[in-house]
Design a protein around this ligand. Structure first.
Ligand code: BEZ
Length: 419
């Protein structure tokens, strides 16, 4: 093991400090930091055991289900084999509480002896897991959680992200919003790491383009509770538009309350695209029409990979009865492909650590999002970012691409964020 890798460890206190400065909040105790090194296994024989740690309960349950199904769909397309080994998935519920999720990660690694872990939806959970995977030199492939710091000061050779950083959709949206939505923005986000990353990225590019943030509203996470006081605050501020990050059940609550309160149609709503993704659009119905958002995918993208993906995913039977593709399913699919391609490169031998780091870091393949290209410097995927609008398309409601921003790599540091 190289000295350089070992030197990358940061203390839990340093990470919490990063949260204060860079926008990641790891609201958890030090459950994982400093625990004894587990027997981490490895090697090239037997089934490739993948621990899948995703939310199957609480506000992000539907995201976890979509990511899992996307993973399964890709693994099935390669006969459930990677590097010559049969793939075995062991799933655990991430929930939303970092401490409880950390215990599940330990169980997967130490008891189930998985070869690697994939998943993680919440930035708070990802922040809480970072030191455990880094210190134990165990691979973690993130399929959603956008915590910026994992690609910046808290980067680890063993952690790769196939989804996005919270910076990637929100920073381009700031300058676009200043030119297209108005000069006075009100920000409403949940009070945890992903919300805070959203504030810093959007604020910086929006104000640099001449915009003014009239107020920042932090709402309780994971459950917003009674949204009425928050909507009253928005109404009283009378901004040109509201910029938000909500996802899963929180997005359903917020967008419904926004409409019930009579704000839809009077104060335009915009945000990162999770708030109006395909998983929640059926619940939003016509109250989502006209909402503008930025994301690395849209149902209506007309590349061949996406058309095949959307058609195949529509046939899948999900346990909840939910139907149809969404960005989370895409991320699960791409995460699975990243794992298979890296394992193929080392012929299934997990002990070839340096070769695996090289293979994860140089992965590039066609994706429903347009193209998947891992950034070997940040260990985060370089995303095409699309500005989208919710419109009615052939009798259904979907995100239509208004413009493409092009490829957006995370900068790898906080230089482009407001402090
Ligand atoms: C996050 O916590 O990073 C996150 C959760 C849901 C959707 C997008 C980001």
């Amino acid at each position: 093991m190289s000295v350089e890798r070992q030197k990358g460890t940061i203390s839990r206190r340093q990470f919490l400090q990063l949260g204060a400065v860079g926008g990641v909040v790891a609201a958890t105790g030090s459950l994982l930091a400093g625990c004894a090194a587990p027997n981490i296994g490895g090697g090239a024989s037997g089934p490739l055991k993948i621990g899948v740690l995703l939310p199957y309960s609480d506000i992000y349950a539907a995201l976890g289900e979509s990511i899992t199904e996307g993973m399964r769909m890709y693994f099935e397309s390669v006969d459930n084999r990677a590097g010559g080994r049969p793939i075995e998935l062991i799933t655990e519920d991430e929930g939303t509480a970092p401490d409880a999720a950390a215990q599940k990660a330990r169980k997967l690694v130490e008891q189930d002896q998985v070869d690697l872990v994939a998943g993680i939806v919440s930035s708070g959970v990802a922040a809480a897991l970072r030191d455990y995977f880094h210190d134990n030199q165990k691979f973690l492939i993130i399929a959603n959680a956008g915590a910026n710091a994992l690609t910046r000061a808290a980067k680890s050779p063993y952690i790769f992200r196939a989804s996005f950083t919270n910076w990637q959709p929100n920073w381009p949206m700031g300058s676009w919003a200043a030119a297209n939505l108005g000069r006075r923005a009100f920000i409403s986000v949940p009070d945890y790491g992903a919300g805070k990353d959203t504030i810093s990225a959007f604020t910086h590019s929006f104000t640099a383009a001449g915009g003014e943030i009239v107020k920042v509203q932090l709402t309780p996470f994971p459950n917003i509770g009674d949204p009425a006081p928050f909507l009253a605050e928005i109404q009283a501020a009378a901004p040109d538009f509201v910029y938000s990050f909500y996802s899963g059940a929180a997005a359903v609550t917020f967008v419904k309350a926004y409409s019930d309160f009579g704000l839809t149609g009077s104060i335009p709503l915009a945000g990162s695209g999770f708030m109006v993704e395909q998983d929640v659009l059926p619940s939003h119905g016509s109250s989502a029409l006209g909402i503008k958002s930025a994301l690395h995918w849209a149902l209506t993208l007309d590349n061949a990979e996406n058309q095949a993906f959307v058609a195949a995913f529509a046939q899948r039977e999900l346990p909840s009865g939910n139907k149809g593709a969404n960005v989370f399913a895409v991320q699960g699919y791409d995460t699975a492909r990243l794992i298979v391609e890296a394992l193929n490169a080392v012929e299934g031998d997990m002990s070839r650590t340096d070769d695996l780091i090289g293979a994860f870091g140089s992965a590039a393949f066609p994706s429903p999002r347009g193209a998947f290209k891992m950034d070997s410097t940040t260990h985060n995927v370089i995303n095409p970012i699309y500005i989208r609008e919710v419109q009615e398309v052939n009798g259904t409601i979907a995100n239509v691409v208004l413009t493409s921003v092009g490829e957006v790599p995370d900068p790898g540091d906080n230089s482009k964020d407001a402090v």
